[in-house]
Design a protein around this ligand. Structure first.
Ligand code: AMP
Ligand code: MG
Length: 415
C-alpha cells in the first residue's frame, strides 16, 4: 500500500508520449501537434473586400467630403470573380464580400451608401455614393494581414481544436504530424456480471463499468475498445487480457481486491505485465493496481490498470490515475494531465478518514467571490447516482475528524 502522491508520481514517471504519426487533418481533431504547421500562403491571400459595395479610388470619395460622388461602374465582382481591369479615377467596381480588390481600387464603400436608387447599379451604369465616415483604405483586408506564407501558424504542442483545425486547413495542411489517438481497451471481470442490455437474474449485476469507462475514454478523445465481460476464471480473463494488451492502455475492472476470486494480479504477472503498484491509501479506490507490459525495441509499453469493481471507485480511479496516463501518452502539456483542484467552502459537514484521503461527490456554486461545495447524498463506492450529478469531488486529507460547514477544503473540479 502506497500514498496517493507516490502513486501519481509512479504513473507520471511510467507513462511516455506515444510516437507522433503523420495523419489526415480531418482525423486529427483533439490530437497534440508534434510538428508545427507552416502556412503555404498569405492570409488573406490577396487584398479582399470585407463588405458588399463599390470598390473605389480613395481620392474620388475623399474629395466629395460629406457630399455625394457619381462614379461609373465598370465591372461586377462577386466572390470568386477576378479581373485585370484597372479602376481609374471616376470609376468603381461593384464588389461583393470575399472578392479580390481589383487593380487601382483602394477602398470599399458599403452598398448602403448608394443614393437615389443606385444601390443596384451594375457594370455600365452610374452609382451615386455618399459615405460621411469614409476613411482611405476602408473595408478591405490586406494580403498577409493575418499571416504570411512560410510563417509557423501552429506550434508543436498545440492541441488541435476546431479553430486550430480550421487554421491548418486554411494554411494548406492536409496532413499533420501529431500524437496518435490513444487506444484504450476495457474488460469487466466478474462471474456475476451481465451486459447492461440484459435483465439481471437474482445475484447478477449489470456491467456498468464497461460503458462508463468507454465514455470516459471517449470524453478524453481516445478510442475505446470494449472487450466485454470475463467470468472469474483464469482462462477467461487471461485470454481477454492477452487481446487487450495490444492496446496502448488496458483497463480491467473488478478482481483486484483480496477476495477469493480476485485473480487479476496473478494473471497480469503470468501475461508478463510488471507491477508498479498495488493498493493506494485512498477512499474510494484502495485496491487499484497499476503496471506495464514492456515490449522493448522502441515499441511503446502498454499501461495496465486494474480498477476496483465498485463503479464509483472505478470512476474515481479513472479520473485520478488513468486520466494523467492517457494525457501523457497523448502528448498533452503537464497542465492538462490532472483535473484542476480548486479551494471551496463546505456548506455541510463531511467526515475524513484517519488513514487515507477521502473523495466525495459534491455540487459547486458561487457565493460572491467564493466557491461553495455541497456534498451530495452518496452511499459509497457502489453508488453512481451521487457521482452522476457531481460537479466535483471534495478531497479531504487523511487525519480523521470532521470538516464542519464553513471549512475551506480542496475540490477536484468536474471531469
Ligand atoms: P470486485 O472488485 O470484483 O471485488 O467487485 C466489487 C463490487 O463491484 C462487486 O459488488 C461487484 O459485483 C461490483 N462490480 C464489479 N464489476 C462491475 C461492473 N463491471 N459493473 C458494475 N459492478 C461491478
Ligand atoms: Mg469480482
Amino acid at each position: 500500500m502506497i500514498d496517493l502522491a507516490d502513486a501519481l508520481a509512479f504513473v507520471e514517471a511510467t507513462a511516455q508520449p506515444l510516437p507522433p504519426r503523420r495523419q489526415r487533418l480531418l482525423d486529427a481533431c483533439g490530437r497534440t501537434l508534434a510538428t508545427g504547421v507552416v502556412a503555404d500562403c498569405d492570409s488573406p491571400p490577396w487584398d479582399r473586400a470585407m463588405m458588399d459595395g463599390f470598390a473605389v479610388r480613395n481620392a474620388d470619395v475623399a474629395a466629395a467630403g460629406a457630399a455625394a460622388v457619381e462614379l461609373d461602374v465598370v465591372v461586377d465582382l462577386a466572390a470568386g470573380d477576378v479581373t485585370k481591369l484597372v479602376i481609374r479615377d471616376g470609376t468603381c467596381a461593384r464588389i461583393m464580400t470575399g472578392a479580390p480588390i481589383p487593380p487601382g481600387a483602394e477602398a470599399v464603400v458599403p452598398i448602403e451608401c448608394a443614393l437615389d436608387g443606385t444601390a443596384g447599379g451594375h457594370a455600365g451604369s452610374r452609382v451615386k455614393l455618399a459615405d460621411p465616415r469614409f476613411r482611405a483604405g476602408q473595408h478591405l483586408a490586406r494580403q498577409g494581414a493575418a499571416f504570411r506564407r512560410g510563417q509557423e501558424v501552429l506550434a508543436a504542442g498545440t492541441v488541435l481544436r476546431a479553430a486550430e483545425i480550421g487554421l491548418a486547413a486554411e494554411a494548406g495542411a492536409t496532413h499533420v504530424v501529431a500524437a496518435p489517438r490513444v487506444r484504450v481497451a476495457m474488460l469487466s471481470t466478474g462471474s456475476e456480471l451481465v451486459e447492461c442490455d440484459r435483465e439481471p437474474a437474482f445475484g447478477q449485476t449489470r456491467n456498468s463499468n464497461g460503458p462508463m469507462l468507454a465514455a470516459a475514454v471517449s470524453l478524453l478523445g481516445g478510442e475505446p475498445i470494449p472487450l466485454g465481460l470475463a467470468a472469474d476464471r483464469p482462462e477467461a480473463i487471461r485470454a481477454a487480457v492477452a487481446q487487450g494488451l495490444a492496446a496502448d492502455i488496458l483497463l480491467l475492472s473488478g478482481g483486484v481486491s483480496a477476495g477469493d476470486l480476485d485473480l487479476v494480479p496473478e494473471i497480469f504477472r503470468q501475461c508478463g505485465v510488471e507491477k508498479v503498484f498495488h493498493k493506494v491509501r485512498l477512499k474510494p479506490g484502495k485496491p487499484v493496481w497499476f503496471g506495464r507490459l514492456v515490449r522493448g525495441d522502441g515499441e511503446p509499453d502498454t499501461l495496465v490498470f486494474g480498477l476496483p469493481g465498485n463503479p464509483a471507485s472505478s470512476l474515481v480511479c479513472f479520473e485520478l490515475f488513468v486520466r494523467p496516463a492517457f494525457q501523457i501518452l497523448a502528448g498533452r502539456p503537464r497542465s492538462d494531465w490532472h483535473l484542476p483542484h480548486v479551494r471551496a467552502r463546505l456548506l455541510a459537514p463531511c467526515k475524513a478518514a484517519p488513514d487515507r484521503p477521502v473523495y466525495l461527490p459534491c455540487r459547486l456554486a458561487r457565493d460572491g467571490q467564493t466557491l461553495v461545495a455541497t456534498p451530495l447524498p452518496w452511499t459509497g463506492s457502489s453508488d453512481l447516482l451521487g457521482m452522476a450529478g457531481a460537479e466535483g469531488l471534495i478531497a479531504l486529507p487523511a487525519g480523521g475528524g470532521r470538516f464542519e460547514a464553513g471549512a475551506e477544503i480542496d475540490v477536484v473540479r468536474r471531469w
